[in-house]
Design a protein around this ligand. Sequence first.
Ligand code: NDP
Length: 599
Amino acid sequence: MATAALDKDAILARYRAERDKRLRPDGNDQYVEVKGRYAHYLEDPYMPVVPREPLTDHVTFAMVGGGFAGLCVGARLVQAGITDVRIIDKAGDFGGNWYWNRYPGAQCDTASIIYLPLLEETGHMPTEKYAHAPEILEQSRRIGRTFGLYDKALFHTRVEDIVWDEARSVWVITTDRGDRFTADYVGTGTGPLHVPKLPGIPGIETFKGHSFHTSRWDYEYTGGDTNGAPLSKLKDKRVAIIGTGATAVQCVPHLARAGGTVYVVQRTPSSVDVRANAPIDPEWFKSIATPGWQKRWLDNFARNVAIGPPPEEDLVQDGWTDIMGRVRKRVLTLPMDQMTPANILAVNEDADMEKMSEIRARAEAIVHDKNTAEKLKAWYRQFCKRPCFHDAYLQAFNEPGTHLIDTDGKGVERIDETGFWVNGTHYDVDCIIYASGFEVGTSHQRRAGFDMAGVGGKRLSEAWKDGIESLHGLHVRGFPNAFIVQMAQAANFLVNVPHNWTDAGDTIAAVIKHARETGKRLIEPTQEAQASWVALIRTALPGALAQAAECTPGYYNLEGTSPDISHSFPSGYPLGSVAYFEYIDKWRRSGDFAGLAFS
Ligand code: NDP
């Protein structure tokens, strides 16, 4: 659809109206923290907790988090000859989000070939363009096995504190299993999406039926399994799923197919574009898997979706590269003397409107009931919320037992003993499934469950009280030999998150290797280097903030209202992800690690 045919003013007015309808003064506080009376929502339904003796030993590197971040760091350390690595995780195995999220239909939404880390190193060929959760979990385990990371790993173990012991120059790690061990170096890879949250719906605690969060799917209750077997026990049940984000988009088709009654309770619709998943042909894979292939694909994908000059080819060719390809094409139509930031923003807006109009038209084309189709249309810019891709979600609303309960941006009115209320109507249900997402905008400490104490006992929350302060998002002044693996103040490459982790792994391994080779024990950023890095990162903030502020509320913009958004907004390198990856690669290769002091 050409933008000339679109009434841009009307669309923008609709975006604003839909946004305003959803703004609420309590922002992030609207959600219920999963603890106390709600703590059972966190229980591990997948693996029993095995008793063990507490540990009081010493390791070279302790890594909190056994998801992709911890695994990538662990693997790179082992490759660099640092094999005494202990990964600690509250889950019963490696996998992080993919350990917890086993809901039916779970799959990656970035192509497996670049999303699954260390494919070349582990010799695995993904089976599908977008792999399903069991294969992703298995790749996590494969990384663990390939690099010997199981030997020292601690599972079902929650880190409670990490304290720098200045006298001995070691980190002291204590856990909920009574461990108290030390490490020369510590890393944290606790990720942004591992603490489930519940919607703050009045009466939520009164429901007498069954309920669970999508990240603890109860197959005992629903029947079926994580491999996609039918949810056979739901045939005669009435189920409500609350939330319509990326998770619900993937599991609703499975609920719909179960043949019972399904109420999909929507506050804001997701944008749902074509998925076009397909098996990977082993012959084709053989032809591309020449030495260094995954790095080439990672770089190519990053170049295709980040700002910067267009690459020669688009290897991955999917919804993400399509979005950016359109923007690029339009930018290139601008005469050189008109390539101003304002004009680039304007063509970006046109490409976005065109895309979102197509996505809205898709809902209309697929969903038979016109009223339901209208309600499923997303009225915001595509990157205000996580873009979704699925070939069975919209179709699910054509199933006779599946009903969209649209709350017109207001959310569920209330829950009572037997069900829920929307727009004054009561719906009786046997089960409520909360697809209500994860804590993202809350403090790092609340999400991680610990608050590291560095030199002089200063807590990280204190060091970061005015916002994240780091060198490259990884090193923090006052926290020697610590590596905080996260995306902010670095590449912040949201479209393919594991790319950030392999890169961080490269840096950590290179830095520690350098320290060892030069006989140094302590690694810490200088005050000047950290201050100038933070200043550089903050130059990117105004643009990012202005865009986020115009968006419909969600976790991308801290629910649209947080007054301290400028402190916590996860901004990245001002020149974009690709420029960051190039910069840091050069920094590593230079061998002098400017900005870090080794002593
Ligand atoms: P989200 O935070 O994206 O969605 C939560 C949903 O709950 C939203 O639809 C929200 O509505 C709704 N909600 C919250 N409160 C209420 C209420 N009171 N009444 C009704 N509805 C309510 O969580 P997800 O688990 O879906 O996704 C989280 C992230 O996980 C994704 O953004 C993505 O990054 C990642 N993910 C990735 C996948 C992949 O394919 N790789 C798959 C699944 C998730 P509203 O929008 O109005 O706030």
